[in-house]
Write a protein that binds this ligand. Structure first.
Ligand code: ZN
Ligand code: MN
Length: 260
């Protein structure tokens, strides 16, 4: 039996109902994207990582994990390589906003009052905020005014001390981490069978001018599709970030939802 797993969609409805109806159970909603992550990793990195963070966190705080959003907002050149890259399949902003708004409202209709949006794809950020705002507004119209939503991206929980350990040669910044040390290390720790490190392409961190151009100038994106080199990635670094981020998210949600 898998009744220990916190995935909402794996439960028969009476079990789901028992957990959700009183509004006490935090509901974690992971959001990802289908996006190229270089030659060495699959297209679902941004789906797998927030799903696993959500599972680990939910087990510690007694939460439930919603089905993950497998598609996200359009990849942007300076943080995801760009939507022109092969394998990157994206939603329009409005579609993502409406889907997430609907899902929050549906969980709330069944009793959910505490939500954590666990983002794994940077480009989703502002659309998440918009979806949450619309959901809260429309729930208020229905007389439901006690819903709280925490919005987070797991990498924001990597603290300075950990950054110094992971990037002894200097931190390139989260924007160019796409397919780099952070994501590759986490994948090596969690899903090593999906990483082909020998195919990783070593290159200096991508540099961009301080503006965007549309249509994108495809030559701005490194040919590999990664924005910094994954060569310094390791399973050990992945384990460290996994622990630091999981602990940080657990603490934040315990504080915000007054658990224990
Ligand atoms: Zn990614
Ligand atoms: Mn991404």
């Amino acid at each position: 039996m898998n009744d220990q797993r916190p995935f909402a969609a794996e439960m028969p409805w009476p079990d789901f109902h028992a957990r959700v109806k009183n509004g006490k159970t935090p509901i974690l909603i992971p959001l990802g994207s289908m996006e190229q992550h270089g030659h060495h990793m699959p297209l679902h990195v941004d789906v797998l990582l927030p799903t696993e963070f959500s599972r680990r966190v939910a087990e510690q705080i007694g939460g439930l994990v919603s089905p993950t959003f497998n598609y996200g907002y359009k990849s942007q050149q300076k943080c995801g390589g760009g939507n022109h890259m092969p394998g990157t399949i994206s939603l329009e902003g409005q579609t993502l906003v409406h889907q997430l708004r609907d899902v929050i409202k549906e969980f709330a209709r069944h009793g959910g009052r505490s939500f954590a949006i666990v983002n794994g794809h940077y480009e989703n950020s502002w659309f998440i905020n918009e979806a949450v705002d619309l959901a809260l507004r429309e729930l208020r119209w229905d007389g439901i005014a006690n819903v709280k939503v925490v919005v987070l991206s797991y990498w924001d929980f990597v603290n300075e001390e950990t950054i110094a350990k992971i990037y002894p040669d200097g931190f390139p910044g989260w924007a160019v981490e796409h397919g780099g040390v952070l994501e590759t290390s986490l994948m090596l720790a969690l899903y090593p069978e999906l990483v082909q490190l020998e195919r990783a392409i070593d290159h200096p961190p991508a540099t961009f001018p301080p503006y965007d151009v549309y249509p994108v100038k495809t030559e701005w994106t490194p040919a590999s599709g990664t924005l910094s080199s994954p060569k310094q990635a390791s399973r050990e670094k992945g384990e460290l970030m996994l622990a630091v981020c999981t602990d940080g998210i657990v603490k934040a949600l315990r504080d915000e939802f007054s658990i224990n």
